[in-house]
Design a protein around this ligand. Structure first.
Ligand SMILES: Nc1ncnc2c1ncn2[C@@H]1O[C@H](COP(=O)(O)OP(=O)(O)OP(=O)(O)O)[C@@H](O)[C@H]1O
Length: 236
């Protein structure tokens, strides 16, 4: 099923076009990585998927009128109450979603997100890895169909990165779709089913890694990325 469809979407800020003729779709039960250099338009695209930012031109189709209840998003800010414990954050957020969770369910979430040891710790005292895990657990409390994560592994050490990558895969195994942005090529290669490569507001590629590599006659992902971006810059 198609969850999201961007049709010729454009967006400008202060007269400068930052998203240009953007066309892509998000289907159910897939992991999509959104990649591209700083300022290419990834966050703006994510904000448009979420309906926080409206396009100037084009259309964004969503699979449900109840879309807001069926999507979970973790943007770059810390989406929890720092003065509350981990467990109380989960309880508090579950009441926002009108789905107060049982103690058993909370215990299960704490276990699944490796937060049991710190359940009584204030969110402000968590390590970055623990904060990310808490953020993602909150993002998925209401069992959304689509989970959007903006640079979920930024700043994490390799084991923290691996935990978040495993979480992304687990979300897929639960039938959800995940759209995440990243600057880490290895992570994208290891985690994503499909890759969207953006440069200066345009979509350069959309597809599976092997297909894209074959199309450009290169063997490695890094080589592909730099070749694409370089070509685009030469073209102006
Ligand atoms: N609200 C805004 N007002 C003005 N310019 C904006 C606004 N939001 C984004 N931009 C500009 O739009 C362009 C795209 O920004 P965006 O944050 O989408 O890029 P990005 O790919 O997410 O970058 P990064 O990898 O650094 O997070 C940038 O040049 C940015 O300065």
């Amino acid at each position: 099923m198609k969850l999201i469809e961007f049709i010729n979407v454009e967006k400008s800020f202060k007269g400068r076009k930052v998203i240009n003729e953007l066309n892509f779709s998000i289907y159910s039960n897939e992991i999509i990585a959104l990649i591209g250099s700083n300022g290419c338009g990834k966050t703006t695209t994510i904000r448009m998927v979420l309906g926080i930012t409206e396009p100037d031109k084009g259309m964004i189709k969503r699979w449900s009128k109840d879309f807001n209840k069926k999507v979970g998003a973790q943007l770059q800010t810390t989406p929890f109450f720092e003065g509350f414990s981990v467990e109380n954050n989960l309880k508090l957020f579950s009441t926002f979603y009108q789905s107060r969770l049982t103690n058993e369910k909370i215990a299960e979430i704490l276990k699944n997100y490796s937060l049991l040891d710190v359940k009584n710790t204030l969110a402000s005292k968590l390590s970055l890895g623990q904060q990310k895990r808490l953020a993602i657990s909150i993002t998925t409390l209401h069992n959304p169909d689509l989970v959007i994560l903006d640079e979920p592994t930024a700043g994490l050490d390799p084991s923290g990165q691996r935990e978040v990558q495993n979480m992304i895969r687990r979300l897929k195994s639960q039938g959800k779709s995940v759209l995440f942005s990243s600057h880490d090529m290895l992570e994208v290669r290891n985690t994503a089913d499909r890759i969207l490569i953006m440069d200066r507001g345009k979509l350069l590629e959309d597809g599976g890694l092997e297909t894209i590599l074959k199309k450009h006659g290169v063997s490695g992902f890094e080589e592909l990325y730099y070749q694409l971006i370089k070509k685009e810059n030469q073209n102006g």
